[in-house]
Design a protein. Structure first.
Lengths: 143, 979
């Protein structure tokens, strides 16, 4: 429900992070990612950040070289999801310091951990950066 | 700079420091163009930025540490960096594939080695995640991820869990191995470990494994740490999705957690509550007060600052609350009134300059349009929408159009003020915006603007490439055309256009509806209007029929119309029409359905000519076509062709009876008793023919005297038994009355396409209540059993089908009996028409006609069943605002075996439940038609629980499958059994 998947894809279309909240097989994912990425990358700056795809919607936003794509059910508030993406980036920025694509690539598991704190079962559960990052910082300290 | 990752020495061997460091510098420089641009502050001055140099320092440090042989501060080896880099550099998919495949090979070898240091293993696992992210299978490594979850180190454990949740889904076999670990971790002292386990629970625990962890999860709802409580709530939420019955007794926990001190826990609880409320609103009406309260507090900034986002207090929680309130207030005046104040406050305080403020505003508008309307709030909503539509941002325009669509349902006039803005959106090259605007237009279609809207929609539909969306748009066009067509002529033209471009995408019923409408006319008993309509249809089809690449569905309609009405107005000769039909059949020789339609149409043309007394001989092409078809592989075509040939020699009178003119809507009456043959039968009997003995009375002898003394327990060896051998309870056998007919079997529907009306021969059989008090099979509702096919009563079905026509007629009456409807003269020809005109045509035709059409819409929508398959929602009701589809997937799970058990309980109470008897019978009645002898079944009649009941049901199904159906064409099939 709510959010179906979250993807981070670079301008060349390579997936940097993929988190699915409903099960799809590998082939399905590949096909889906290919289709969606093509659609979103083809759009220009002035156009909507929302794309309708089959029976759900994709909210996307571009940060430098990285596209963030979130697939949501039709009932979701698109603007809110757009801002959720921004919240995600802000959180990563707080943790990594001037986060860039490299950080995500080299710290894939950390990015996932952050996302795990924020979204569960396809619902947004935590939006306070302090609460999101605390467990991760503790974990870093412990190891 | 081309770097192959494989020309480096294996790990462990030392490489000169400076080489590594330079390679790393190169690495960074390679990436710096693209990937090291800071996401949040990407500027060209990045290079001079301090952060860039800081990053560079970081990477230099890695280099140094790697050179010293230890793992870098990032915890990766050089191999990993290389992998990431080379993937980043791959210029084509095949190159990327090559790299990944090589990586797979290497990992396969390495990962199964014994004694891999833990950090290394962690890295391997992450590389596996990479591999799968790029679309390749890494299942050889799953087991290692599972093993890593056993680790005590939090980081490794959590990484293991992460990998497992990414790799596996809840149905995977390896889940069993993890459940144990999860159970252990849920009990851990370290709350971070508990959290990690709860994360995994949400993703991996399936219906079967829920019982293993649910107890522990419920306990964790009271854990001192708020993070744990939050995740425990979400774990229960995931249980609810997978198996709603498992958490039925826990609903109170959700309510309690709503009042938790920690806002995070409260916010998390909103999710499962929302799902529960959608399913059953009335159970949760008492929560309206709580929700309003919470929303008020949030809006008044009573939550800790950390929940602020861009100066807005906890916006995501606000939005969730608004969504929930929208559902609770819908249709409920009392609840809605409690919400007005808080919604008004929020709207006033929203920051309209920020996206998130607008998001909240939008959510408020959605809420307002779904609860009982309040005029003040509606006004505020309308103002906000105006601001959205005026803004430059496409996103805001999009939200504005969407909100407008919702508000129209309540106050339809609101659309007018924004006409120009809407037109702009309609003509915007941005596809998403266009689509959204079409949705809006769909919602505001009335008879006054339907032509413009549908014409535009069709043009748009033609340009769509995606077939899923094209189907949806086509269905919408059809729906609107059917509901609001101002003139018949326009309707036909529009349908033609839709068919021409999307004929094979729309529901085939649409074609049949169209045919029926042409046949029935539009309800007015105006023969001349109907025939005019038909003539125009024929005209237009004759023009189109030669075009290449027409969809099959369209061709079917064309053939049908040409056949039925091609010669009706005398304008076109039968020769011409039949020539055209032959051409169609030849042009589409691979499409059997079209050929079938064509040949039947030919048949009609021929018979109408014959019946009218006109001389008409088949064109040579038609003859050849017929001959071809007689030899066709398709039995349907063969049958039609043979039928055609059969009637070629009949006289005019017979023709008229077989193929009456314009009779596609009339019922076929079937005299079940074949009373017209009575005189013939009588004559034959007098001449000494044997009287007819109904099948079930045949008991091996042919004498008539047997008929009166049939003993149910005296069974000859070769007949099929229909009664029980033994009864569970002794019942005095009543005087021997014959068991009445078995349930007549439904005749498979003849596939006569030219009769869009259901022939009255089919339809569900009417089960005859058992008239005798004998114990017998209860076959209520059973479709096929033994026995001859028989016609169901024609009267019942013909009345139902005429009632269909009536409703169809009255429904279509709606749009056409508005006395003052003139087809709009503003013909919309060029796209570059003045916007004012377009706006006027879309939004004009104000209150007087709208109110009438509004009223008309309701009964039309109610009585008429649109022939579209709208993929998921929109219901035929135009005034739909497209709001949430109810979670119809979350129907409560019913345990089938509980039901069965309840059945058994009844029987064991001693009541003679016919159903149970049925089961008993079937267990015993091991019918074996092959050898004709009834099974010497056991004489006991015990009912045992469980498996035998299931067996009985299975056998029942099997027997039904085996139910041999002696065809009427071969009465000798069981002659040996019955002689």
């Amino acid at each position: 429900m709510g959010i179906r998947f979250i993807l981070m894809v670079n301008k060349q279309g390579q997936t940097r992070l993929a988190q699915y909240y409903e099960y799809l097989t590998l082939e399905e994912r590949r096909a889906l990612e290919g289709e969606i990425v093509r659609k979103c990358l083809a759009r220009n700056e002035q156009q909507c950040s929302f794309v309708e795809h089959r029976n759900y919607k994709i909210v996307y936003r571009r940060y430098a070289s990285l596209f963030f794509l979130v697939g949501v059910d039709n009932e979701e508030n698109e603007l809110a999801i757009l801002e959720f993406i921004h919240l995600l980036v802000e959180t990563m920025d707080r943790h990594f310091g001037n986060v860039c694509e490299l950080d995500i690539m080299f710290h894939l598991e950390k990015a996932h951990f952050m996302l795990e704190e924020m979204v569960m079962n396809g619902c947004i559960v935590e939006t306070s950066k302090a609460n999101i990052l605390a467990p991760i910082q503790l974990m870093d300290k412990a190891s | 700079m081309v770097v192959t990752p494989f020309n480096f020495t294996c790990e462990g061997e030392s490489t000169p420091d400076h080489l590594i460091v330079t390679e790393l510098f190169d690495l960074v420089r390679e990436f710096e163009e693209r990937e090291s641009e800071a996401l949040l502050h990407p500027t060209e001055t990045l290079k001079s930025n301090n952060s860039y140099t800081a990053k560079l320092e970081q990477l230099k440090t890695i280099g140094r540490e790697l050179a010293m042989g230890s793992q870098g501060g990032f915890g990766q080896s050089k191999e990993f960096l290389d992998l990431v880099k080379s993937i980043g550099e791959a210029r084509s998919k095949s190159e990327e594939d090559r790299i990944v495949l090589h990586e797979i090979e290497m990992l396969k070898r390495r990962i199964n080695e014994p004694d891999i240091p833990k950090r290394k293993m962690k890295e391997y696992i992450i590389r596996l995640v990479y591999i799968e992210m790029l679309g390749h299978d890494a299942s050889f490594g799953y087991i290692h991820a599972v093993k890593m979850t056993h680790d005590d180190s939090l980081l490794l454990k959590r990484t293991g869990y992460l990998a497992v949740t990414l790799f596996l889904n809840e149905d995977h076999d390896l889940i069993i191995l993890i459940v144990n670990t999860i159970q252990k971790d849920l009990k851990s002292d370290n709350y971070l470990v508990v959290c990690a386990a709860l994360n995994a629970v949400c993703k991996l625990i399936n219906e079967e494994t829920i019982p293993a962890v649910i107890q522990q999860v419920v306990e964790l709802l009271g854990h001192p740490k708020e993070g744990v409580r939050k995740k425990a709530v979400m774990a229960l939420h995931s249980f609810y999705h997978r198996s709603p019955s498992s958490v039925n007794h826990l609903i109170s926990h959700f309510r309690k957690k709503l009042c938790d001190n920690d806002p995070g826990v409260m916010g998390a609880t909103l999710c499962p509550l929302y799902d529960l409320i959608i399913i059953d609103v009335n159970l949760y009406k008492d929560l309206v007060v709580s929700f309003v309260n919470i929303l008020k507090q949030v809006a008044e900034r009573r939550l800790p600052k950390s929940y602020d986002y861009h100066q807005t207090p906890a916006p995501f929680i606000q939005i969730k609350l608004l969504k929930t309130l929208a559902i609770l207030g819908s249709g409920d005046k009392k609840s809605s009134e409690q919400m007005y104040t808080v919604i008004g406050d929020i709207m006033r305080k929203s920051d309209t300059t920020s996206n998130i403020g607008n998001a909240i505003l939008y959510e408020c508008i959605c809420c307002i349009s779904s609860i009982q309307p309040s005029p003040k709030l509606l006004e505020t909503a309308a103002d906000s929408i105006a601001k959205f539509l005026k803004s430059e941002s496409h996103n805001l325009k999009y939200m504005g159009i969407d909100a407008l669509g919702r508000l129209i349902r309540i106050s339809p006039d609101i659309a007018e003020q924004h006409q120009l803005a809407v037109i702009d959106c309609l003509e915007d090259p941005d596809d998403t915006l266009k689509r959204k605007t079409f949705e809006l237009l769909y919602k505001m279609t009335k008879s006054s603007n339907v032509e413009v809207i549908v014409d535009r929609m069709i043009d748009y539909m033609i340009s769509i490439n995606d077939s899923h969306y094209k189907t949806e748009t086509a269905s919408r066009c059809v729906e609107l055309a059917e509901q609001f067509a101002p003139t018949n002529h326009w309707f036909i033209q529009t349908m033609n256009k839709v068919f021409q471009h999307a004929g094979d995408l729309v529901n085939p019923k649409v074609g049949h509806n169209l045919m029926r409408l042409i046949a029935e006319g539009f309800g007015e008993d105006d023969e001349s209007a109907d025939s005019q309509l038909r003539s125009s249809a024929v005209e237009s089809y004759l023009k189109i029929v030669d075009e290449p690449k027409l969809p099959s569905a369209f061709l079917q309609v064309i053939c049908w119309v040409l056949g039925e009405y091609g010669t009706a107005d005398g304008k076109y000769s039968a020769t011409y029409i039949s020539g055209k039909l032959c051409d169609v059949a030849e042009a589409h020789s691979s499409d059997d359905i079209v050929k079938a339609y064509a040949v039947t149409a030919l048949m009609k043309v021929y018979s109408f000519e014959k019946a009218a007394g006109r001389k008409f001989s088949l064109l040579p092409e038609c003859q050849t076509l017929l001959e071809e078809m007689c030899a066709s592989h398709s039995s349907d075509l063969q049958q039609r062709a043979y039928e055609f040939q059969a009637i070629l020699d009949l006289d005019a009178n017979a023709m008229d009876n077989i193929m009456p003119l314009d009779a596609s809507c009339e019922d076929i009456e079937i005299d079940k008793n074949l009373s017209f043959l009575d005189s013939y039968v009588h004559k034959s009997l007098e001449e000494g023919a044997e009287p007819y003995i109904p099948e079930n009375q045949r008991s091996g002898t042919l004498t008539v005297t047997n008929l009166g003394h049939h003993n149910p327990y005296d069974h000859p060896t070769h007949s099929l038994r229909f009664e029980a051998y033994e009864v569970p309870k002794p019942v005095v056998p009543p005087p021997t009355t014959f068991p009445t007919d078995l349930i007549p079997v439904s005749l498979p529907e003849p596939t006569y396409h030219h009769q869009p009306v259901q022939p009255t021969r089919s339809s569900a059989p009417v089960p005859e209540p058992p008239t005798s008090t004998e114990l017998r099979l209860r076959l209520d509702g059973v479709q096929k059993k033994w026995g001859k096919p028989a016609y169901s009563s024609s009267s019942a079905t013909s009345s139902s089908s005429t009632s269909n026509f009536d409703s169809g007629k009255t429904a279509v009456n709606g749009p056409t009996t508005q006395p003052d409807v003139r087809p709009r003269e503003t013909k919309h020809v060029e796209v570059s028409e003045e916007k004012q005109k377009l706006a006027a045509s879309l939004f004009g035709g104000t209150t007087s006609s709208t109110s009438r059409s509004e009223k008309k819409q309701q009964p039309v929508a109610a009585s008429k069943r649109p022939a579209t398959t709208a993929p998921p929602p929109p219901p035929p009701d135009l005034l739909d605002l497209g709001s949430e589809t109810t979670g119809s997937t979350y129907s409560s799970v019913v345990d089938p075996f509980k039901q069965l058990e309840s059945l058994l309980d009844m029987s064991q109470d001693g009541t003679t439940n016919g159903h149970n008897q049925n089961l008993v019978l079937n267990e015993k009645d091991g019918f074996n038609p092959a050898n004709g002898s009834p099974n010497p079944g056991t004489k006991t009649a015990t009912l045992t629980k469980g498996p035998s009941l299931k067996d009985a049901l299975d056998k029942d199904a099997l027997v039904r499958q085996m139910g041999v159906n002696p065809t009427s064409q071969n009465p000798n099939l069981f002659s040996d059994l019955m002689s």
